[in-house]
Design a protein around this ligand. Structure first.
Ligand code: IPM
Ligand code: MG
Length: 365
């Protein structure tokens, strides 16, 4: 089969890790007889430097017309001046809004062979297998009014948290559906003891649970969830949260897997259903890591696994996706470690990690 894939590497380690995913994708192409037409574009700081904007309209269009988008990361100290008129992060916020990818899916799986790499006790992280679903195109990130004003009393700033019933229901639906396909446990995160948006969220979650009698729904306050996620991560199967809470909890959940460098994400514009192709946006959950950029030591696994999610959700290539995931598993099991997960001993470079995944993919057929 033939697919158009937009590849947007971005800044810092973004292009380095994305290059490895493309390498693995090319290997999938050869092994399974598909054709992936790669369309590259500038985003983030790289685009600000070249074109004076974090993302050109043309790149938004390339992304929207592709079957899927493989994204790296954007941002960095060079563009961090708080008084700058534009920020690299606007690229990602504009892409999410433009593509309408409201459902961000962040699976967290703990590999038994990486138990020693974690700062947490293996007894706590053992068998963790959960998914954080984050609402991605609403809430505090986008609602208006937003901005800074100068008042006689001094500077004042405002961000608005607003959620409509439609926005909440569609993300809850993704949560219930995914829970139904897994362990049938859904934790809905809110701050209903304080926030009006959260009270609406909780009301709608309770209402929707009537359609899913087989799914066990639990409401959990975000502060309590932050604690329980580290203390007893195994109690969770699927967690669904709004934009801001999901942003925070998904970074926290990444610690369970020992390194952010390992974790993938998919952002979709519809409820994923087996066998149905949904255009989507795929990115590792880590950022640009400017401190290690250009050194060839970044972990490409988060990006490679994001590419595997792309094969599954946007291209309906289930067997190919599973093969990539098994290859990553094999490489980690065989002891290859980038610096972020190495515990003493030799480390594997970014490019070599990609090569090892390609080799494992080839040898497994
Ligand atoms: C993420 C990031 C982004 C976000 C930033 C880079 C705008 O933290 O994808 O989690 O806050 O959504
Ligand atoms: Mg984040």
């Amino acid at each position: 089969m033939e697919f158009d894939i937009a590849v947007l590497g971005g800044d810092g380690i973004g292009p380095e890790v994305t290059q490895q995913s493309v390498k693995v994708l090319k290997s999938v192409e050869g092994l399974f007889g598909h054709r992936f037409n790669i369309k590259e574009g500038d985003v983030g700081g790289a685009s600000i430097d070249k074109h004076g904007t974090p993302v050109k309209a043309e790149v938004l269009d390339v992304a929207a017309s592709a079957d899927a988008v493989l994204f790296g990361a954007v941002g960095g100290p060079k563009w961090d001046d708080p008084s700058a008129s534009m920020r690299p992060e606007e690229a990602i916020l504009q892409l999410r809004a433009h593509l309408g990818v409201f459902a961000n899916i962040r699976p967290v799986k703990v590999y038994p062979w990486l138990a020693d790499s974690s700062v947490l006790k293996p007894s706590v992280t053992k068998d963790v297998d959960l998914v954080v679903i984050r609402e991605l195109t609403g809430g505090l990130y986008y609602a208006l009014p937003k901005g800074r004003t100068d008042t006689p009393q001094g500077l004042s700033a405002v961000d608005t948290m607003r959620y409509s019933e439609v926005e909440i229901n569609r993300i809850l639906r993704v949560g219930f559906e995914l829970a139904r396909s897994r362990q049938k446990k859904l934790a809905s995160v809110d701050k209903a003891n304080v926030l009006e948006c959260s009270r609406l969220w909780r009301f709608l979650a309770t209402q929707m649970s009537e359609d899913y009698p087989d799914v066990q729904l639990e409401h959990v306050l975000v502060d309590s969830c932050a604690m329980l996620l580290i203390q007893q991560p195994n109690r969770y199967d699927v967690i669904v949260a709004g934009n801001t809470f999901g942003d925070i909890l998904s970074d926290e959940a990444a610690v369970l897997a020992s390194s952010m460098g390992l974790l993938p994400s998919a952002s979709l514009s519809d409820v994923p259903v087996a066998g149905r192709r949904i255009p989507g946006f795929y990115e590792p959950i880590h950022g640009t890591a400017p401190d290690i950029a250009g050194k060839g030591i970044a972990n490409p696994i988060g990006s490679i696994l994001s590419m595997a999610m792309m094969l599954r959700y946007s291209l309906s290539l289930t067997e190919e996706a599973a093969s990539v995931e098994r290859a990553v598993d094999r490489v980690l099991q065989d002891g290859y470690r980038t610096a972020d997960v190495a515990v003493g001993g030799a480390t594997t470079s970014t490019a070599e990690m990609g090569d090892q995944v390609v080799a494992a993919l080839g040898s497994a057929g």
